[in-house]
Write a protein that binds this ligand. Structure first.
Ligand SMILES: Cc1cc2nc3c(=O)[nH]c(=O)nc-3n(C[C@H](O)[C@H](O)[C@H](O)COP(=O)(O)OP(=O)(O)OC[C@H]3O[C@@H](n4cnc5c(N)ncnc54)[C@H](O)[C@@H]3O)c2cc1C
Length: 456
């Protein structure tokens, strides 16, 4: 292992790939993750603008005895930041972006670091959309490689299943195309195996035929949580697969930049999408609307507006979190959640979320990848804002406390995109698939050059 990566890495490059090393003026900006609570300090940060530059930096890193961590935005950087990155070149794909839509298939080809919003905007003029998540500025790559829970998901399944092909730079710098007929083992492993197999420089994904969608949110003061939480849980047991929603108990600090309905308030919010005609969608939501929400924005909107419904932070933010997958919630389970985050409590969290699973999320897909379905009823995600080191410690404890309280209702499985801390990655997969995905990794990357946030 070299101790002078600055010399060996720079001199090994044959292209003009932008490179920032510790001590360079640009290093501290280049190493910033979207999640500002993550203090990732790699041996170098590379910002390739072309596929050739990606290949060049991967080859140069391997020659210099360094490892490589692909990263698009750093939304999922928390588990990477917990690792020792002293000998790791962070390969930021944020300058390698672009979308081409093929409305006839319908599908899109997206470059390695492309954000969902770009895809949604490129698809919209064709009356199409995609299996994106709640936030516009999450990248396609990290999301689909980790499963991807969309508000279209109970109808259309995990976003990983929408991948038709990928161009991948392997650990030795070779560029391959993976699809059902080309490098099928790699194609299988990628769809759920995260950044452990290679640097993905392009993806081909199926698009969905929705120009408009019935979507929005219902909002109550947190005082109503003892009614609303059990009612949503009860509703979710029989809700049709056309409805994919989330329930969050949220606390907002008093901030002038927040709208008055959020600023300084504790709330319960149900949001998501119902893939039905207006009348049927209203019927589906009727039991929730009967709880007289203070605000109800559910309506038919352009599909491109679905990335705004969840009100995710519009800019990089510091946050810590914890996660588990829950099975059915009985009255004791609801009571346990309310005891943590209900009226009168001070959990210290910004939110505790139950993302409704089931439906197509739970159905394994023939020809799918290592992660083609998620068993379970709800993905629990607890997040605290963490602008200071003290807040990081307190926030982690707060999130862990809720996850621990819900442990009696938890399953062994975890969703890679929701796992905020370093976890045992075998929990993402069935035993057989876990062994197979590790074998594929060993064949493709025997020296373990690639470093993912969730390592196999
Ligand atoms: C505000 C917010 C909202 C979110 N909403 C949702 C949601 O609705 N549904 C959901 O499922 N998840 C959601 N997430 C989680 C998000 O999907 C994951 O954090 C995901 O990993 C982010 O992908 P990224 O590429 O943007 O992040 P990154 O941190 O850049 O990537 C995460 C990991 O993916 C791999 N990776 C990324 N790009 C590449 C590449 N080009 N080649 C190879 N490997 C790569 C790497 O291993 C990397 O460590 C949300 C996260 C946040 C912060």
């Amino acid at each position: 292992m070299t101790t002078t990566p600055d010399i060996t890495l720079r001199s090994g490059l044959t292209t003009a790939c932008e490179l920032h090393l510790p001590g360079d003026p640009g290093y501290d900006v280049a190493r910033l993750a979207w999640n500002l609570a993550v203090d990732q300090r790699p041996a170098a940060v590379a910002l390739p603008r072309t596929v050739d530059q990606v290949r060049d930096v991967v080859r140069a890193a391997a020659t210099a005895g360094l490892r490589v961590a692909p990263q698009s935005t750093g939304h999922g950087a928390a588990a990477l930041g917990e690792q020792d990155l002293d000998d790791v070149v962070l390969v930021r794909l944020s300058a390698l972006t672009g979308v081409e839509v093929d409305p006839a298939r319908p599908a899109a080809r997206v470059l390695g670091g492309t954000l969902w919003q770009e895809v949604v905007e490129a698809a919209a003029p064709h009356g199409l959309t995609a299996l994106h998540g709640s936030a516009p500025d999450v990248a396609v790559a990290g999301y689909v490689l980790g499963g991807g829970l969309s508000f279209y998901g109970r109808t259309h399944g995990l976003a990983a299943n929408s991948v038709r092909a990928a161009d991948v730079v392997l650990a030795d710098g070779t560029l391959v195309r993976a699809s059902a007929t080309e490098h099928p083992d790699l194609f299988w492993a990628l769809r759920g195996g995260g950044g452990n197999l290679g640097v993905v420089v392009a993806l081909e994904i199926d698009l969905l035929p929705y120009a408009e969608v019935y979507a929005g949110m219902l909002l109550w003061d947190r005082e109503r949580a003892p009614e609303v939480v059990p009612a949503w849980v009860e509703w979710s047991r029989t809700a049709p697969e056309s409805a994919t929603t989330s329930l969050r108990v949220m606390s907002f600090p008093p901030l002038p930049e927040l709208p008055p309905f959020l600023s300084g308030r504790d709330l319960v919010i149900v949001d998501g999408a119902v893939l039905e005609a207006d009348e049927r969608a209203a019927e589906v939501l009727a039991p929730l609307r009967a709880l007289a929400p203070e605000m109800d924005t559910f309506a038919r909107v352009p599909a491109s507006a679905l990335t705004e419904v969840h009100m995710d932070p519009p800019a990089p933010s510091p946050a810590v979190g914890d996660h588990s997958v829950l099975g059915p919630l009985d009255a004791d389970g609801v009571a346990a959640l309310l005891a943590q985050v209900g009226p009168g409590t001070r959990s210290g969290l910004m939110f505790a979320e139950l993302r409704h699973l089931g439906g197509a999320f739970a159905r394994p897909v023939p020809g799918g990848g290592v992660l083609s379905s998620i068993a379970g009823d709800y993905a629990l995600l607890c997040v605290a804002m963490a602008p200071t080191p003290e807040a990081v410690v307190a926030g982690r404890a707060a999130a862990f406390s809720v996850v621990r309280a819900m442990a009696p209702w938890a399953q062994r499985s975890l969703v890679p995109t929701f796992a905020e801390t370093r976890v045992d990655a075998s929990r993402f997969y069935d035993d057989e698939d876990w062994l197979r995905v590790c074998r594929v990794r060993d064949e493709l990357d025997p020296r373990r050059v690639l470093v993912a946030n969730h390592r196999l």
